[in-house]
Design a protein around this ligand. Structure first.
Ligand code: AHM
Ligand code: MG
Length: 344
Protein backbone atom coordinates (compact mmCIF):
# COMPACT_ATOMS: atom_id res chain seq x y z
CA UNK A 1 0.00 0.00 0.00
CA UNK A 2 1.40 3.41 -0.97
CA UNK A 3 1.87 5.71 2.00
CA UNK A 4 0.31 9.13 1.53
CA UNK A 5 2.81 11.83 2.29
CA UNK A 6 2.06 15.52 2.47
CA UNK A 7 5.43 17.08 1.72
CA UNK A 8 8.20 15.58 -0.38
CA UNK A 9 11.81 16.13 0.57
CA UNK A 10 14.28 17.11 -2.14
CA UNK A 11 15.63 13.54 -2.27
CA UNK A 12 12.18 12.00 -2.52
CA UNK A 13 11.23 14.45 -5.24
CA UNK A 14 14.33 13.90 -7.39
CA UNK A 15 14.03 10.12 -7.02
CA UNK A 16 10.37 10.36 -8.01
CA UNK A 17 11.44 12.36 -11.08
CA UNK A 18 14.09 9.93 -12.26
CA UNK A 19 11.78 6.95 -11.78
CA UNK A 20 9.71 8.51 -14.59
CA UNK A 21 12.66 8.51 -17.02
CA UNK A 22 13.46 5.18 -18.64
CA UNK A 23 17.17 4.21 -18.30
CA UNK A 24 17.88 7.02 -15.83
CA UNK A 25 20.83 6.18 -13.61
CA UNK A 26 20.01 8.52 -10.72
CA UNK A 27 23.36 10.27 -11.08
CA UNK A 28 21.73 13.69 -11.28
CA UNK A 29 19.67 13.03 -8.14
CA UNK A 30 22.85 12.10 -6.30
CA UNK A 31 24.55 15.23 -7.55
CA UNK A 32 21.68 17.45 -6.38
CA UNK A 33 21.71 15.71 -3.01
CA UNK A 34 25.44 16.44 -2.69
CA UNK A 35 24.92 20.11 -3.51
CA UNK A 36 22.03 20.29 -1.02
CA UNK A 37 24.35 18.87 1.65
CA UNK A 38 26.91 21.59 0.95
CA UNK A 39 24.09 24.16 1.06
CA UNK A 40 22.99 22.97 4.50
CA UNK A 41 26.54 23.27 5.81
CA UNK A 42 26.94 26.73 4.29
CA UNK A 43 23.58 27.71 5.75
CA UNK A 44 24.73 26.79 9.26
CA UNK A 45 27.78 29.05 8.93
CA UNK A 46 25.80 31.89 7.33
CA UNK A 47 23.37 31.76 10.25
CA UNK A 48 26.21 32.00 12.76
CA UNK A 49 27.86 34.85 10.86
CA UNK A 50 27.53 37.40 13.66
CA UNK A 51 28.60 34.97 16.38
CA UNK A 52 31.82 33.41 15.19
CA UNK A 53 34.88 34.77 13.47
CA UNK A 54 33.67 34.16 9.94
CA UNK A 55 32.69 37.69 8.89
CA UNK A 56 35.22 39.73 6.98
CA UNK A 57 37.92 39.36 4.39
CA UNK A 58 40.07 36.26 4.10
CA UNK A 59 42.98 38.54 3.19
CA UNK A 60 43.26 37.34 -0.42
CA UNK A 61 41.83 38.38 -3.79
CA UNK A 62 40.30 36.02 -6.34
CA UNK A 63 41.07 35.65 -10.05
CA UNK A 64 38.79 38.63 -10.71
CA UNK A 65 40.79 40.82 -8.32
CA UNK A 66 37.96 40.98 -5.77
CA UNK A 67 38.42 40.64 -2.00
CA UNK A 68 37.57 37.11 -0.90
CA UNK A 69 35.48 36.80 2.27
CA UNK A 70 36.07 34.03 4.80
CA UNK A 71 32.60 32.69 4.06
CA UNK A 72 33.43 32.61 0.32
CA UNK A 73 36.32 30.30 1.13
CA UNK A 74 34.21 28.14 3.43
CA UNK A 75 31.40 27.86 0.86
CA UNK A 76 33.84 27.07 -1.93
CA UNK A 77 35.44 24.29 0.13
CA UNK A 78 32.06 22.78 0.96
CA UNK A 79 30.93 22.69 -2.67
CA UNK A 80 34.26 21.34 -3.83
CA UNK A 81 34.31 18.73 -1.06
CA UNK A 82 30.84 17.26 -1.61
CA UNK A 83 31.31 17.07 -5.37
CA UNK A 84 34.77 15.55 -5.13
CA UNK A 85 33.69 12.97 -2.57
CA UNK A 86 30.46 12.22 -4.41
CA UNK A 87 30.03 9.78 -7.27
CA UNK A 88 28.43 11.93 -9.97
CA UNK A 89 30.87 14.67 -10.87
CA UNK A 90 34.05 14.50 -12.96
CA UNK A 91 35.27 18.01 -12.15
CA UNK A 92 34.27 21.56 -11.26
CA UNK A 93 34.93 25.21 -11.97
CA UNK A 94 34.27 27.84 -9.35
CA UNK A 95 34.00 31.61 -9.51
CA UNK A 96 36.52 31.65 -6.67
CA UNK A 97 39.15 29.48 -8.38
CA UNK A 98 41.45 30.38 -11.27
CA UNK A 99 41.31 27.02 -13.00
CA UNK A 100 39.13 23.98 -13.42
CA UNK A 101 39.54 21.17 -10.91
CA UNK A 102 39.70 17.74 -12.51
CA UNK A 103 38.90 15.09 -9.89
CA UNK A 104 40.69 12.36 -11.86
CA UNK A 105 39.98 9.25 -9.84
CA UNK A 106 38.38 6.11 -11.16
CA UNK A 107 34.86 6.85 -9.96
CA UNK A 108 34.93 10.53 -10.95
CA UNK A 109 36.27 9.74 -14.42
CA UNK A 110 33.26 7.49 -14.94
CA UNK A 111 30.87 10.33 -13.97
CA UNK A 112 29.01 12.04 -16.77
CA UNK A 113 28.58 15.49 -15.23
CA UNK A 114 30.69 18.55 -14.52
CA UNK A 115 29.50 21.45 -12.36
CA UNK A 116 30.20 25.18 -12.44
CA UNK A 117 29.31 27.25 -9.40
CA UNK A 118 29.47 30.53 -7.58
CA UNK A 119 29.77 29.28 -3.99
CA UNK A 120 28.55 32.46 -2.31
CA UNK A 121 27.06 35.12 -4.49
CA UNK A 122 26.46 38.61 -3.09
CA UNK A 123 29.18 38.08 -0.53
CA UNK A 124 29.70 41.83 -0.09
CA UNK A 125 26.36 41.61 1.75
CA UNK A 126 27.52 39.04 4.31
CA UNK A 127 28.58 41.58 6.88
CA UNK A 128 25.16 43.24 6.94
CA UNK A 129 22.85 40.21 7.01
CA UNK A 130 21.34 40.67 3.54
CA UNK A 131 20.31 37.49 1.67
CA UNK A 132 23.12 35.77 -0.21
CA UNK A 133 23.21 32.59 -2.27
CA UNK A 134 24.93 29.70 -4.04
CA UNK A 135 24.47 29.29 -7.81
CA UNK A 136 25.27 26.22 -9.91
CA UNK A 137 24.99 24.83 -13.44
CA UNK A 138 25.36 21.15 -14.37
CA UNK A 139 26.66 20.06 -17.80
CA UNK A 140 26.95 16.66 -19.40
CA UNK A 141 30.60 16.25 -20.30
CA UNK A 142 31.60 16.04 -23.95
CA UNK A 143 34.82 14.12 -23.30
CA UNK A 144 34.85 10.36 -23.22
CA UNK A 145 33.58 8.62 -20.07
CA UNK A 146 36.35 6.83 -18.20
CA UNK A 147 38.87 9.61 -18.88
CA UNK A 148 39.55 12.77 -16.84
CA UNK A 149 37.32 15.71 -17.79
CA UNK A 150 38.81 18.50 -19.94
CA UNK A 151 38.34 22.23 -20.53
CA UNK A 152 35.88 21.62 -23.40
CA UNK A 153 33.50 20.01 -20.88
CA UNK A 154 33.17 23.39 -19.19
CA UNK A 155 33.32 25.78 -22.15
CA UNK A 156 29.87 24.83 -23.43
CA UNK A 157 26.84 26.94 -24.36
CA UNK A 158 24.54 27.56 -21.39
CA UNK A 159 21.88 25.84 -23.45
CA UNK A 160 23.73 22.59 -22.84
CA UNK A 161 23.01 22.69 -19.10
CA UNK A 162 21.23 19.59 -17.87
CA UNK A 163 20.19 21.29 -14.67
CA UNK A 164 20.81 24.57 -12.90
CA UNK A 165 19.87 25.93 -9.53
CA UNK A 166 20.51 28.22 -6.64
CA UNK A 167 20.22 28.33 -2.89
CA UNK A 168 19.08 31.54 -1.22
CA UNK A 169 20.12 32.03 2.39
CA UNK A 170 17.37 34.47 3.30
CA UNK A 171 14.55 34.83 5.78
CA UNK A 172 14.19 31.13 5.07
CA UNK A 173 16.68 29.00 3.16
CA UNK A 174 15.52 27.75 -0.21
CA UNK A 175 16.94 25.40 -2.81
CA UNK A 176 15.52 26.00 -6.29
CA UNK A 177 16.53 23.93 -9.28
CA UNK A 178 15.48 23.49 -12.88
CA UNK A 179 15.75 20.67 -15.35
CA UNK A 180 14.04 20.78 -18.73
CA UNK A 181 11.04 19.23 -16.98
CA UNK A 182 10.44 22.28 -14.76
CA UNK A 183 11.54 24.50 -11.92
CA UNK A 184 10.84 23.48 -8.33
CA UNK A 185 11.60 25.17 -5.04
CA UNK A 186 12.34 23.53 -1.67
CA UNK A 187 12.41 25.27 1.69
CA UNK A 188 14.77 24.06 4.41
CA UNK A 189 12.81 22.69 7.36
CA UNK A 190 15.33 23.25 10.16
CA UNK A 191 13.50 20.82 12.46
CA UNK A 192 14.38 17.85 10.23
CA UNK A 193 17.31 19.40 8.33
CA UNK A 194 15.72 18.65 4.96
CA UNK A 195 14.75 20.75 1.96
CA UNK A 196 11.00 20.17 1.44
CA UNK A 197 9.02 20.88 -1.71
CA UNK A 198 7.31 24.22 -1.08
CA UNK A 199 7.15 25.82 -4.54
CA UNK A 200 6.22 23.16 -7.13
CA UNK A 201 6.38 23.99 -10.84
CA UNK A 202 7.46 27.61 -10.56
CA UNK A 203 6.42 29.81 -13.48
CA UNK A 204 7.70 33.35 -13.90
CA UNK A 205 4.74 35.70 -14.57
CA UNK A 206 4.83 37.23 -18.09
CA UNK A 207 4.76 40.74 -16.59
CA UNK A 208 5.86 42.31 -13.35
CA UNK A 209 5.81 45.52 -11.37
CA UNK A 210 9.39 45.51 -10.09
CA UNK A 211 12.59 46.27 -11.95
CA UNK A 212 16.02 45.78 -10.52
CA UNK A 213 19.15 47.70 -11.54
CA UNK A 214 21.98 49.48 -9.76
CA UNK A 215 20.82 53.10 -10.16
CA UNK A 216 24.12 54.31 -8.71
CA UNK A 217 25.81 53.48 -12.02
CA UNK A 218 23.24 55.37 -14.11
CA UNK A 219 25.82 57.81 -15.46
CA UNK A 220 27.99 54.85 -16.60
CA UNK A 221 25.26 53.16 -18.65
CA UNK A 222 24.94 53.56 -22.40
CA UNK A 223 22.28 55.96 -23.62
CA UNK A 224 19.90 53.23 -24.74
CA UNK A 225 19.96 51.72 -21.23
CA UNK A 226 19.47 55.15 -19.65
CA UNK A 227 16.54 55.74 -21.96
CA UNK A 228 14.97 52.44 -20.99
CA UNK A 229 15.38 53.19 -17.27
CA UNK A 230 13.76 56.59 -17.86
CA UNK A 231 10.92 54.86 -19.67
CA UNK A 232 10.38 52.50 -16.72
CA UNK A 233 10.46 55.39 -14.26
CA UNK A 234 7.90 57.39 -16.19
CA UNK A 235 5.28 54.74 -16.91
CA UNK A 236 1.75 56.04 -16.53
CA UNK A 237 -1.07 54.06 -14.97
CA UNK A 238 -2.32 53.19 -18.47
CA UNK A 239 1.13 51.81 -19.28
CA UNK A 240 1.12 49.63 -16.15
CA UNK A 241 3.02 52.11 -13.95
CA UNK A 242 4.18 53.21 -11.55
CA UNK A 243 6.79 50.49 -11.17
CA UNK A 244 8.87 49.73 -8.09
CA UNK A 245 12.67 49.57 -8.18
CA UNK A 246 14.55 47.13 -5.92
CA UNK A 247 18.22 46.18 -6.00
CA UNK A 248 19.83 44.31 -3.11
CA UNK A 249 23.34 43.75 -4.49
CA UNK A 250 22.66 39.98 -4.30
CA UNK A 251 21.74 38.62 -7.70
CA UNK A 252 20.27 35.51 -6.06
CA UNK A 253 17.90 37.55 -3.90
CA UNK A 254 16.88 39.86 -6.75
CA UNK A 255 16.35 37.01 -9.20
CA UNK A 256 14.52 34.82 -6.69
CA UNK A 257 12.02 37.64 -6.27
CA UNK A 258 11.89 38.21 -10.03
CA UNK A 259 11.24 34.51 -10.68
CA UNK A 260 8.41 34.29 -8.16
CA UNK A 261 6.73 37.68 -8.61
CA UNK A 262 7.75 38.62 -12.13
CA UNK A 263 9.82 41.66 -13.03
CA UNK A 264 13.07 42.56 -14.73
CA UNK A 265 16.65 42.34 -13.48
CA UNK A 266 19.32 44.24 -15.40
CA UNK A 267 23.07 44.34 -15.04
CA UNK A 268 24.18 46.38 -18.07
CA UNK A 269 27.77 47.06 -18.97
CA UNK A 270 29.28 50.16 -17.35
CA UNK A 271 32.34 52.26 -18.11
CA UNK A 272 33.99 50.54 -15.12
CA UNK A 273 32.98 47.05 -16.30
CA UNK A 274 32.91 47.39 -20.11
CA UNK A 275 32.17 43.66 -20.58
CA UNK A 276 29.56 43.54 -17.81
CA UNK A 277 30.17 42.57 -14.20
CA UNK A 278 28.35 39.29 -13.82
CA UNK A 279 29.97 36.03 -14.78
CA UNK A 280 28.53 34.14 -17.75
CA UNK A 281 29.31 30.65 -16.48
CA UNK A 282 28.69 30.94 -12.76
CA UNK A 283 25.84 33.44 -12.53
CA UNK A 284 24.17 34.27 -15.85
CA UNK A 285 23.92 30.83 -17.49
CA UNK A 286 22.34 29.07 -14.50
CA UNK A 287 19.79 31.85 -14.02
CA UNK A 288 19.08 32.11 -17.75
CA UNK A 289 18.36 28.37 -17.84
CA UNK A 290 16.10 28.52 -14.77
CA UNK A 291 14.29 31.60 -16.08
CA UNK A 292 13.68 30.12 -19.53
CA UNK A 293 12.35 26.85 -18.12
CA UNK A 294 10.02 28.97 -15.95
CA UNK A 295 8.75 30.81 -19.05
CA UNK A 296 10.88 33.94 -18.74
CA UNK A 297 13.74 35.25 -20.89
CA UNK A 298 17.40 36.21 -20.56
CA UNK A 299 19.48 38.28 -22.96
CA UNK A 300 22.81 40.06 -23.04
CA UNK A 301 21.16 42.80 -25.09
CA UNK A 302 22.73 41.35 -28.24
CA UNK A 303 21.90 37.69 -27.90
CA UNK A 304 20.18 35.07 -25.82
CA UNK A 305 22.42 34.35 -22.82
CA UNK A 306 22.17 30.58 -23.36
CA UNK A 307 23.50 30.97 -26.93
CA UNK A 308 26.77 32.66 -25.95
CA UNK A 309 29.81 30.47 -26.55
CA UNK A 310 32.26 31.13 -23.69
CA UNK A 311 35.84 31.91 -24.64
CA UNK A 312 37.20 31.41 -21.13
CA UNK A 313 36.03 30.25 -17.72
CA UNK A 314 35.66 33.69 -16.20
CA UNK A 315 33.90 35.52 -19.05
CA UNK A 316 31.48 38.26 -18.10
CA UNK A 317 28.35 39.50 -19.82
CA UNK A 318 25.71 42.18 -19.45
CA UNK A 319 22.32 40.64 -18.63
CA UNK A 320 18.63 41.55 -18.94
CA UNK A 321 16.52 38.79 -17.42
CA UNK A 322 13.05 38.17 -16.08
CA UNK A 323 9.43 38.28 -17.21
CA UNK A 324 9.08 37.59 -20.91
CA UNK A 325 7.20 40.79 -21.79
CA UNK A 326 9.50 43.03 -19.77
CA UNK A 327 12.63 41.56 -21.39
CA UNK A 328 11.02 42.01 -24.82
CA UNK A 329 10.19 45.63 -24.03
CA UNK A 330 13.75 46.16 -22.86
CA UNK A 331 15.26 44.63 -26.02
CA UNK A 332 12.95 46.72 -28.18
CA UNK A 333 14.33 49.86 -26.51
CA UNK A 334 17.95 48.69 -26.54
CA UNK A 335 17.99 47.58 -30.14
CA UNK A 336 15.04 49.15 -31.84
CA UNK A 337 15.08 52.83 -31.19
CA UNK A 338 17.68 55.41 -32.08
CA UNK A 339 17.59 57.72 -29.06
CA UNK A 340 20.86 59.60 -28.72
CA UNK A 341 20.09 61.79 -25.73
CA UNK A 342 19.26 60.29 -22.38
CA UNK A 343 17.58 63.12 -20.52
CA UNK A 344 15.65 62.20 -17.41
P1 AHM B 1 29.92 38.48 -6.27
O1 AHM B 1 29.78 37.18 -7.01
O2 AHM B 1 31.35 38.88 -6.07
O3 AHM B 1 29.14 38.48 -5.00
O4 AHM B 1 29.32 39.64 -7.22
C1 AHM B 1 28.09 39.48 -7.83
C2 AHM B 1 27.08 40.42 -7.26
C3 AHM B 1 25.67 40.12 -7.70
O5 AHM B 1 25.05 39.24 -6.83
C4 AHM B 1 25.03 41.48 -7.67
O6 AHM B 1 23.92 41.62 -8.52
C5 AHM B 1 26.17 42.39 -8.06
O7 AHM B 1 27.36 41.71 -7.73
C6 AHM B 1 26.13 43.69 -7.33
O8 AHM B 1 27.24 44.44 -7.64
P2 AHM B 1 27.20 46.05 -7.53
O9 AHM B 1 26.83 46.37 -6.14
O10 AHM B 1 28.57 46.50 -7.91
O11 AHM B 1 26.17 46.51 -8.51
MG1 MG C 1 28.77 35.99 -7.73
Amino acid sequence: MAVRRQILTLDEFTIQQYRKIPNATGELSTLLRDIALAAKRINVEVNKAGLVDIIGDAGITNVQGEAVKKLDVFANNQMLGVLQNGISCAGICSEEMDDMVVFNDEMSNRSKYVVMFDPLDGSSNIDTNVSIGTIFGVYRRVSELGTPCVMADFLQYGLKQVAAGYVVYGSSTMFVYATRRGVNGFTLDPSIGEFCLSHPEIKCPDDGKIYSVNGGYYSQYKNNVKNFINRLQNKTKQEGGPLTQRFTGSMVADLHRTLIKGGLFMYPLTTENPHGKLRLMYECNPFAFIMEVAGGKASSGDSRILDILPASLHDRTPIFIGSKNMVDECLEELNGRETPNAER
